[in-house]
Write a protein that binds this ligand. Structure first.
Ligand code: MG
Length: 311
C-alpha cells in the first residue's frame, strides 16, 4: 500500500476538506481533524497541517493538492544535492522513461514528453497515473490521446539494432543513457523557444555514471536535469512517458508475435525459455536473434531445452 504525506497551509487544507466532503468518514483518533475515504484512497487531515493519503490512489490524490513531502524513501533522489522544489508536481516538466530492458523478447523503447503546468490537469483527466497501476490495455487506450496532446518523442530500438550495439561493447546502461538523451533532445528541439522548468529522468544509474555514458555524445542534455527513481510518482510527465514507451514496446511485441504466429511472453522467466526453444526448433537461431536480446541468459537455457528435445 502506498502512503503519501503533504504538509499544507490553511487554505490548501480547506481545499482538501472541501474536495472530499462528500466521502467524509468519522475517525476519532487524536490529532485528526478530518477523514475521508474514496474507492481507492483514505485521506486523513491532521491538526498539524499534515495530510496523509493511503492506498492505491495515494500518489494521484496527493498530487492534486501539492508536492509529496514525506515518504522520502520513494521520492527523494538518490544523488545528494538533488533536492526537488516543493511544488515540483505542478511545474512544467519534460519526463523520460524506458521499457523492455528486462525482456528477452522485444525491443528497448524510450519515450520523453513535455507536460507543461497548464496541461497537468488534462493529462490526469486522460487517465495518466503511475504506470505500475495501469494495465496494458488501458495504456494502449490512453497513449494515442497523449501523443496528440503532448510534445513527445518515442524511440524503439529493434532487436537487430540492439544486438549490434550491444555486441560492439555497449552495456545496457549505456544504451539506455544514449536513448534518454536522444529522446530528450528531440522533445526540446520540438519545443523550440519554450523551456521547461525541469527535465526529469526516471533514474537507472547514478548521475555521474549517466553522464559518463554520454561523454562522447556531440550534444548532451544537462540543463535543469533531475534524475530520480520512481519518477513516475513525482511528475506526470514521467508517468506519461512511461505509458508511451510501454505501448511502443507492446506494439513491437505484437508485430513480432504475428511474425512467428505465437504470442511472445514478456520478461525473462521459464516461459520465455520455452518459447525461445520453440522458435529455435521451428525457425532456427538467426530468426530468434531478430526478436530477442541475444546477450540474455535465456538463450543458453533455450539451447539446452532444444538439445533435450532432440535427444
Ligand atoms: Mg524507468
Amino acid at each position: 500500500m502506498s502512503n503519501q504525506v503533504l504538509k499544507l497551509n490553511k487554505m490548501e487544507i480547506e481545499k482538501v476538506i472541501a474536495a472530499y466532503a462528500n466521502v467524509k468518514v468519522t475517525r476519532n483518533a487524536p490529532g485528526v481533524r478530518f477523514a475521508a475515504k474514496t474507492s481507492d484512497t483514505a485521506i486523513t487531515v491532521y491538526n498539524s497541517g499534515k495530510v496523509l493519503f493511503q492506498g492505491a490512489g495515494a500518489s494521484r490524490e496527493a498530487g492534486r493538492f501539492g508536492t509529496i513531502e514525506a515518504n522520502k524513501k520513494t521520492t527523494k533522489p538518490k544523488t545528494p544535492g538533488e533536492q526537488l522544489p516543493k511544488n515540483f508536481a505542478t511545474l512544467s516538466v519534460v519526463g523520460s522513461d524506458e521499457t523492455g530492458t528486462g525482456d528477452f523478447f522485444g525491443p528497448v523503447t524510450v519515450a520523453a514528453c513535455y507536460v507543461p503546468a497548464d496541461k497537468i490537469e488534462l493529462v490526469r483527466e486522460l487517465g495518466v497515473k503511475d504506470s505500475k497501476q495501469l494495465t496494458d490495455d488501458l495504456m494502449r487506450k490512453i497513449a494515442p490521446d497523449l501523443e496528440t496532446a503532448l510534445v513527445h518523442s518515442i524511440l524503439t530500438v529493434s532487436n537487430p539494432k540492439y544486438n549490434e550495439i550491444q555486441q560492439q561493447g555497449n552495456s545496457q546502461g549505456k544504451i539506455k543513457a544514449l536513448l534518454h538523451n536522444q529522446a530528450l533532445k528531440h522533445v526540446l528541439q520540438k519545443m523550440g523557444d519554450v523551456k521547461p522548468d525541469h527535465i526529469l529522468i526516471d533514474q537507472f544509474a547514478q548521475r555521474n555514471t549517466y553522464y559518463n555514458y554520454l561523454k562522447n555524445e556531440p550534444e548532451i542534455v544537462r540543463e535543469n536535469v533531475v534524475l530520480s527513481t520512481k519518477a513516475e510518482g513525482i511528475h506526470l510527465s514521467v508517468a506519461a512517458a512511461s505509458i508511451l514507451a510501454r505501448v511502443a514496446f507492446l506494439n513491437e511485441m505484437d508485430r513480432l508475435s504475428a511474425d512467428v504466429g505465437m504470442i511472445l511472453p514478456k520478461g525473462a522467466g521459464p516461459k520465455v525459455d520455452e518459447m525461445a526453444a520453440k522458435i529455435l526448433l521451428r525457425y532456427g537461431e538467426s530468426k530468434l536473434k531478430t526478436m530477442t536480446k541475444w546477450h540474455f541468459a535465456n538463450l543458453e537455457k533455450a539451447r539446452k531445452l532444444v538439445a533435450k528435445k532432440r535427444r
